[in-house]
Design a protein. Sequence first.
Length: 193
Amino acid sequence: KRELVGKIFGHKIYRAVEFSIHPFAKSTSNLNEEEMETETAYIEMLRYVLEIEGFYFSYTYDLTLTQQRLSELGPDAKRQNIFERAERRFVWNGFLLDDWCCLVSAALSTPPVYAWPKLESFITPVIFGYVGILQPATSTASSFNVSDDTPCYALISRRSVFRAGTRFYARGVDKDANAANTVETEQIAYIPP
């Protein structure tokens, strides 16, 4: 399930509030006792992570890039779908989406770049962090029915997928210069002309 956080430049931003896990296999009867225990442990770990609040997404706005980077994109990058141009260090479901794109492109017998347009509505990058959007109250019951030219203030914090963890387990930088617990925070103040 999702919850609407607000709009940025007319784009709806959502917070994921509930997840469901569906197995690919119809049955686990082929697993031995040790494999079944491992499978159960992995599912419990996944449920634990998914219960943490802070997963955000948008179908039409790239939450992985700052507004400054988005404004500097060239025409070719602007034509790409969100997943193609996303900043990979902030895409928390990137490894799943990459695998899925490769599987679909193999089934279609085309390179992944040609499969992406067919998958665009199914490939939605998810960030982990915080998105807060303040908009003036409207005369309607819902403040989310605002038009595209409504002023807004947004705060977006994106947590990197590299070296995430508690301070006790993740410190310093790795050989690729990924700092532990990197968070990029952006403020957007929009006042229409």
